[in-house]
Design a protein around this ligand. Structure first.
Ligand SMILES: Cc1cc2nc3c(=O)[nH]c(=O)nc-3n(C[C@H](O)[C@H](O)[C@H](O)COP(=O)(O)OP(=O)(O)OC[C@H]3O[C@@H](n4cnc5c(N)ncnc54)[C@H](O)[C@@H]3O)c2cc1C
Length: 495
């Protein structure tokens, strides 16, 4: 078998997942070695936690969705099963700030789509005009499946009106992508709704049909279980909670992967400065030296991948550069809970842009996950920035702290000082799936397919969340391992 050397560029969760997969193949006897290059002096990229006085503070992501299995699966493989901590869904409720008043999301909202008549009719979140539009939405005609991509704002406004974009779609997407509903692609961000529209016309009718199917499937599974039957292949039991985290913070995932990697395979503080294709493979320039590799998995943000691939394939480089990014800032404020006024019920609140505030969202961390906050403490995590307020990133910490203190005072009536305050900045960290994203990704894949030994992974391509980045990192590595096995069998003597 030909010995394979692979360079992984970027030690965020995608690069770590790729390295872990290559390490598994190496440990199982595959003839290979790998080097993970990370420009910062720590691994994890956006994943970073700190424990202060027995309280876990997440600088970046605080959890992952359980609906996508790759996150929990990897944690279990790494022996972290006893650290997995579900979200406290008994208290799950999200509020929207409207005219400085907290309004809970009405019951029955599924993916921005109202499915229950009474809560929708009674909620003060929407005006009468919007509620009438929501009723008439049941008559919305289908849109052809091959219609051009459009923005999430255009899709939502066509069905439910501009107020639903302002009070629901935009704040929800700001919370996830730091993004703008007027720029994000409906096909990439809400593919299920686009499918439903082409089949049913009305999103409410589509969602109700999907819910009936889900209920029938769950009833069928329950019936079979009651009769002692095994679940069918591919059938998953309904997730018990929406989110999952790790008891000691998301950093545990980073540390657990790092501990599995072969000593000497990680180079921290070593940015890859240049990447070239050679007659036999790839050449990587980092730390002042050029080294030869057979394969490269680029797990840096797309803008950094674009710079590295400029000389290799200008079209690929330009298409990567076309993927926009947003920046965000998180502030964790730790309080003595007894000194806080009563907080609204639930996990936190979202702030529509029309409120004219700097804060995009706030999580009541001590409620979302139990057992990660020291007794008697409360942690409020504020998000600032996003595409509409990028300039905040260059403000000094004191200015950001003052903004959050003032907005907490005005919104929540908090007058006490936090016992601890932590500011984290994430410049150009979140890829934005702008209108036309899927076509852009198709062009990127076509170009990558012409470059043997090159793989791309990370949040720019096919899913922004941690489980998607893990899935893509592992898949890139698995494909390289498989290609090595194919080339080996092709070189075996026949007969
Ligand atoms: C504040 C915040 C909150 C989030 N919350 C959640 C959440 O709750 N749940 C969830 O699922 N997702 C969340 N996300 C999204 C998720 O965390 C990210 O999409 C994911 O971690 C991205 O991983 P990645 O490996 O693609 O990229 P990154 O984490 O950005 O890693 C890329 C790495 O490449 C390195 N690099 C760049 N250029 C080079 C170079 N030339 N040479 C070497 N190294 C290089 C960088 O230093 C970086 O470490 C959040 C993101 C942020 C920023």
């Amino acid at each position: 078998m030909k010995w394979m050397r692979t360079a992984i560029i970027g030690g965020g969760i995608a690069g770590l997942a790729a390295a872990y997969e290559l390490e598994k193949a190496r440990a199982a006897g595959a003839e290979m070695e790998y080097t993970l290059f990370e420009s910062r002096d720590r691994l994890g990229g956006s994943l970073s936690s700190e424990i202060v006085g027995g309280t876990v503070l997440e600088r970046g992501p605080d959890s992952f969705l359980t609906e996508k299995p790759a996150g929990a699966e990897l944690c279990r493989e790494l022996g972290l099963q006893d650290q997995l901590t579900p979200s406290n869904d008994a208290e799950r409720k999200t509020c929207i700030l409207v005219k400085n008043r907290m309004i809970a999301l009405p019951d029955g909202l599924m993916f921005l789509v109202p499915t229950k008549l009474v809560p929708t009719a009674l909620t003060p979140l929407f005006s009468i005009g919007t509620k009438i539009k929501m009723g008439l939405e049941l008559l919305h005609p289908p849109r052809p499946a091959d219609a051009e991509d459009e923005s999430v704002a255009a899709l939502v406004a066509r069905h439910f009106g501009a107020e639903v974009v302002d009070r629901l779609a935009d704040p929800l997407l700001s919370g996830i992508y730091g993004g703008d509903a007027a720029q994000l692609s409906a096909r990439a961000v809400l593919p299920k709704l686009v499918e439903m529209e082409s089949e049913y016309g009305s999103l409410t009718r589509g969602m109700l049909a999907a819910r009936s199917k889900m209920i029938a499937k769950a009833r069928d599974a329950l019936q079979r279980n009651a009769n002692g039957g095994a679940p069918r292949a591919g059938e998953r039991r309904p997730a018990r909670t929406i989110f999952m985290t790790l008891k000691g913070g998301m950093q545990q995932l980073v540390d657990a992967i790092e501990a599995k990697l072969k000593p000497g395979s990680v180079r921290l503080g070593t940015a890859v400065m240049a990447l070239d294709q050679t007659a036999t493979g790839w050449e990587v320039e980092a730390g002042g030296v050029r080294e030869k590799y057979d394969a490269v998995i680029v797990c840096s943000p797309a803008w950094a991948a674009s710079a590295l691939l400029k000389g290799v394939d200008p079209t690929l480089s330009e298409t990567l550069a076309d993927i926009p990014y947003s920046s965000s800032i998180t502030l964790n404020l730790v309080y003595d809970e007894a000194k806080l006024p009563a907080l609204p019920d639930g996990f936190g609140f979202l702030v529509p842009a029309s409120e004219g505030r700097s804060m995009l969202a706030c999580t009541f961390v001590h409620r979302k996950f139990l057992g990660r906050t020291a007794p008697g403490k409360a942690v409020l995590r504020a998000f600032l920035g996003g595409v509409k307020n990028d300039a905040l990133l260059s403000e000094p910490d004191e200015v950001l702290e003052e903004i959050v203190r003032r907005e907490f005072r005005e919104i929540l009536g908090i007058r006490t000082e936090p016992e601890h305050l932590q500011v984290s900045r994430w410049g150009r960290a979140m890829a934005q799936y702008a209108v036309g994203h899927q076509a852009r990704i198709k062009r990127i894949r076509e170009r990558v397919d012409t470059l043997p030994g090159l793989k791309l992974a990370g949040n720019a391509y096919d899913g922004i969340g941690i489980p998607d980045c893990i899935r893509l990192g592992r898949k890139a590595a698995q494909e390289l391992v498989a290609s090595q096995q194919v080339s080996e069998s092709a070189s075996l003597p026949v007969g």
